[in-house]
Design a protein around this ligand. Structure first.
Ligand code: PLP
Length: 397
């Protein structure tokens, strides 16, 4: 997945443009910037690549989720449905707005189970937030259908699946809003950065204002702008945007390498009858940033994970007992350990997750192993890796 592996001359040239003008901010200083508007340029390129009307860059993927929710009017007491398997940013962004994270089971796609989503809908639900984990997507037709039926918004977290598609459309562009992260370990990186994409003019207008203190961005005198509503500062810097501009231009190159490496590993593992690959919804194409598969049982998954490491295969994750990505380790969320007071609405409405039954998620996650696909491997290294993976897994089944 990581674009940082292939940082080079193209990135350096873009950053040098910014260094030469000395304008590190994305807004203003028109006279000094020698015509360089890296953030604006990257927004246009990203919107074009993702086939949406608008893209707005922000400082991180977490900021993108927060800004996307805020732009759509999500606030205190609104319920947002999110999966039990995701990155902590999902609930951080929801809680940042005083909204309530409603955890819902995943299925063999490793993303939201639409049947479980429908059961979790209440009169307070406002958004369904599928997270396209580890390179592949949720069943977006089923979720879109639910959202239409119940008048909810669909927000795609495509931070780990940039470049993947569903029925020919780029992931992130299908819902009302889509979010990307360009942090240091994502498929393409800005160092730190993120983006919101949408076809909705109002959400876009809200997003760029909200992410910059509510500035209306009318005219070219920043100090004289008015503030139609409250905002925060989630701006990206020109330096980070410059790196992203070079990286986005390399997205197809990165995806092709990921696909090649993924395919070699997958074909090798296909020889092992005990392995079942993660299910991809019909019409979906992964971005190949991870190879995900199920072992027959939880005990075998744990053994296989250990054997992989012992056979020198790094970068394979057993998320089930990982600190970051699965609800079981989110005690800070489930016990609402906050530095200050938590909004009344959150306190009153948060489900008691200590009593929740997520055994349907455990059924899949307990057996899941995800292996990161790197860009920098030589063909020889991928082939050796494939052999080592087969050897390791065969030693336990
Ligand atoms: C990385 C990531 C984020 C957050 O992105 P940051 O840029 O690190 O804030 C959100 N969701 C998912 C699924 C991610 O993988």
């Amino acid at each position: 997945m990581p674009g940082f592996e292939l940082f080079g001359d193209k990135e350096r040239k873009q950053v040098q443009d910014v260094m030469d003008s000395g304008v590190l901010m994305r807004y203003g200083f028109d006279g000094m910037r020698n015509g360089h508007w890296k953030a604006k340029e990257l927004e246009l390129a990203l919107a074009k690549r993702m086939e949406t009307n608008h893209a707005h860059l922000v400082s991180s993927g977490t900021a993108a989720l927060t800004v996307a929710l805020a732009s759509a009017g999500v606030g205190a007491g609104d319920e947002v449905i999110m999966p039990t398997f995701t990155f902590v940013a999902s609930f951080e962004s929801i809680l940042a707005l005083g909204a309530v994270p409603i955890l819902v089971d995943i299925d063999d796609t490793l993303t939201l189970n639409p049947v479980a989503v429908e059961k979790a809908i209440t009169p307070k639900t406002k958004v369904v937030m599928p997270v396209h984990m580890c390179g592949s997507m949720a069943n977006l037709d089923a979720l879109q259908h639910l959202c239409n039926k119940h008048n909810l918004l669909l927000l795609e977290d495509a931070c780990q699946a940039i470049g993947g598609t569903y029925k020919g459309q780029p992931l992130g562009s299908i819902g009302d809003l889509g979010c990307f992260s360009f942090d240091y370990v994502k498929t393409i990186t800005c160092g730190e950065g993120g983006a919101v994409i949408t076809n909705n003019e109002i959400y876009y207008q809200n997003a760029h204002k909200y992410a910059d203190h509510g500035h209306d961005h009318i005219g070219n005198d920043r100090g004289a702008e008015s503030h139609p509503f409250l905002g925060y500062n989630f701006r990206i810097s020109e330096m980070n945007a410059a790196v992203g501009l070079a990286q986005l231009a390399r997205l197809e190159e990165f995806l092709a390498i990921q696909k090649t490496n993924y395919t070699i590993l997958r074909e090798a593992l296909s020889q092992i009858p005990e392995i079942v690959f993660r299910s991809v919804p019909e019409g979906g194409e992964e971005n190949y940033s991870f190879l995900n598969f199920f072992m027959p049982t939880e005990a075998l998954a744990q053994k296989a994970h250990k054997a992989l490491a012992e056979n020198g295969v790094d970068g394979c994750f057993y998320w089930y007992n990982n600190n970051w990505h699965y609800y079981k380790k989110w005690e800070h969320l489930t016990q609402l350990k906050s530095l200050g007071n938590v909004p009344q609405e959150v306190k009153a409405q948060m489900p008691d997750y200590s009593k929740a039954d997520f055994s349907a998620s455990d059924h899949w996650m307990g057996r899941t192993i995800s292996c990161l696909i790197k860009l920098g491997w030589t063909e020889q290294q991928v082939k050796e890796r494939a052999e080592n993976m087969v050897k390791a897994i065969k030693s336990v089944v």
